[in-house]
Design a protein around this ligand. Structure first.
Ligand code: AMP
Ligand code: FE
Ligand code: FE
Ligand code: ZN
Length: 284
């Protein structure tokens, strides 16, 4: 009989949620709650991908270590491409990279002025909300339409966040103002120079996505987010095959925003760690 003495037992496979939001952008959960709920759901790897900011990472990294959760530096960047708003998830970059932080700071500022412009348009259209309240809901983080939606609901102008988006906050409705966006090439280059990788978020949510996705990969994006609550199983297989055929990898995440969206999804998506060596090796 051969002996296995001296061989450590294999570690159990860990699972990741690589797409979550907190109240530092447009979610409702605290960073601690994200860690706690993820851990209770059996996840071992978490990325908090707040729009345009890393506040949650710095706030909760020590706690994550204490809870045996591998916390990946992450953010979600809005990019403009052929008229579409393409979201790129960035992972495992140096969170202290100055160039990245300067660009994120710029986009946080433009979110602030765009938020004020939307408040003014809403007021002119007969849907006044208090700008102090919107600021408060944004909590000093990245202001976005979900904060305006919540303020509209509180002021009695909309029945729900969804209703506020449909009637007042979508392009073509009275409250909408365009947002300044990254170029995809610039986003890819900045993240890469900070040592990280990028993944196209929720690939099926863009108009004409079947044509767009191959073009986006051509621009140097490293992965596709194929596991997401709004990506069907058929689309998951299709985009996993596209990623594989182009030498790219696949990621996944719950895109949980707490109670802002219709469903709380934290804990429902489990990405096997073997999908993401490109992220894990950057964390060593
Ligand atoms: P913004 O970046 O300010 O343009 O806001 C975009 C964010 O609004 C997305 O990241 C989603 O979290 C959220 N969002 C977009 N469309 C909807 C919708 N129809 N209902 C609820 N939330 C939405
Ligand atoms: Fe969001
Ligand atoms: Fe997104
Ligand atoms: Zn997101």
């Amino acid at each position: 009989m051969t002996s296995c003495a001296g061989m450590p037992p294999p570690l159990p496979m860990r699972y990741a949620d690589l797409h979550t939001h907190t109240y530092h952008s447009d979610g409702t959960r605290s960073p601690k709650e994200v860690i706690d709920v993820a851990r209770a759901a059996g996840l071992g790897i978490v990325a908090i991908s707040d729009h345009d900011n890393l506040a949650a990472y710095f706030e909760i990294r020590d706690y994550a270590v204490s809870q045996d959760i591998l916390l990946i530096p992450a953010t979600e960047l809005s990019c403009g491409w052929r008229g579409a708003d393409i979201h790129l998830l960035a992972y495992a970059f140096d969170p202290l990279d100055e160039h990245l932080e300067r660009r994120l700071g710029h986009f946080r500022e433009t979110r602030q002025s765009r938020g004020q412009a939307m408040i003014a348009k809403l007021r002119a259209a007969g849907y006044p909300v208090r700008s102090e309240r919107v600021e408060e809901l944004a909590g000093g983080g990245s202001m976005g339409r979900p904060h305006l939606a919540r303020a509209l609901v509180e002021a009695g102008h909309a029945a729900s966040v969804q209703d506020a988006f449909t009637r007042l906050l979508r392009p073509g409705t009275p409250g909408y103002v365009e947002k300044e966006r990254f170029d995809i090439e610039e986003a890819v280059a900045i993240v890469r120079s900070a040592g990280g990788v990028t993944s196209v978020a929720h690939p099926t949510l863009y108009p004409n996505h079947e044509k767009l996705l191959p073009e986006i990969l051509e621009m140097g994006v490293d992965a596709i987010e194929v596991l997401h609550p709004q990506v069907s199983e058929g689309a998951r297989k299709h985009y996993a095959e596209l990623a594989r055929s182009r030498g790219r990898f696949t990621t996944g995440g719950s895109d949980d925003h707490g109670t802002v969206k219709e469903k709380e999804t934290l804990g429902t998506i489990r990405v096997p760690e073997e999908w993401i060596p490109a992220i894990l090796e950057r964390m060593e």
